[in-house]
Design a protein around this ligand. Sequence first.
Ligand code: GLC
Length: 434
Amino acid sequence: MKKLTLALLFALSICSLSAQGYQPSEEVRRSQEQFSEDRFGIFIHWGIYSMYAQGEWYLQNAQGIQRDEYAKAADAFYPHRFDAEKWVAAIKASGAKYVCFTTRHHDSFSMWDTAESDFNIVDATPFKRDVLKELTDECHKQGIAVHLYYSHADWSRDDYPRGRTGWGVAGRNYKLMSWDSYFNFMNNQITELLTNYGPIRAMWFDGWWDHEEDATPFDWHLDEQYALVHGLQPSCMVANNHHVTPFEGEDIQIFERDLPGENSHGLSGQAISKLPLETCQTMNGMWGYKVVDQNYKSAKTLIRYLVSTASKGANLLLNVGPQPNGELPAVAVERMYEMGEWMAVNGESVYGTTAGDIPQQDWGCTTRKGDRLFVHIFELDYDMLYLPLECKVVSAKALEDGKELKFQRVKGGILLEVGKVQDKADYVVELVTK
Ligand code: GLC
């Protein structure tokens, strides 16, 4: 009987241990807080794919490219206009507080001086500069937090266990597939990234979905890899763009091309977790530089998207695809400056806010910070706006010029006398509430 009780107790304690699950460390929690305060980051998709100017999926999508022929782009990759100082200055000017840079995308090309593969910016190109080092040094100098994108999927290496994409690539020797070898390679690269480039606030993984539809579940050994990340830099958060609800050990939840709770692109049907949230979105239509894609969203649309993301309690990671010469496209830079001008005046209604009391409406949305409720008005056909509110409103003023606005208490909320708000990206009214 005694033996049985002990065994039961033991089993129960194991159960409670596993039910407790992953708890982020103090350091990670601080990063999560900072991250949520930031609300706005810039994504950068850059690699030798920019040479083909067809977006970052070109190697796969062109169907039938010989891997070794594609790789020749590296030998001509000489982005002589790359200037980390200018990039970071534009990022800062936009009002963004962090950058997420593609260190290695699905085509396998590494944008840093890695000892793990010669297919990298220093060994395989005439440029020979470690662009990641230059960029991270500059970010650390200018106070921009660094997140690193790292692809799990790989369309070039022989040892990568082939998944559902990458079939269009010719010339790979599948006889050499070896999970152990590939896993070891990734972990060694991750170790370099988290050792040689100063503080990295997040590792942003992508490509898990490559084995999502396997007949037998594919084990990515994420626990081990996440523990490696947290062990190397205790304040580094783990993010994974797998399009499903977060796994144990992850510190951010990502949504691709949609706001949390929306799913117009089919990649964001997953439930919203309690983790800090981030939506990544393109400024035009593609992530990597694509010559025909000049379909840039207007500054107005981008500002509204950023504000709407904040109104869902999430961050916006807005992408820019640098050109093969190393410059950020001029239109992208223009948009960044335009967003920054708006943020310089209205930033306090975005940074450090949480979702507002009223969900997204036809006229706009709301964000909140303490006792301040920010009403973001995008379009309004009338001079008055009815706001259904449970809290009591003490005062109302326009954020752009401090002008006091009149309001009346009515049943279930207030009627705000907005006046004419034509042609504004977002007219912000600050309500002090009780
Ligand atoms: C997708 C794509 C990839 C892009 C990423 C950005 O997963 O495969 O090309 O880097 O989304 O969110």
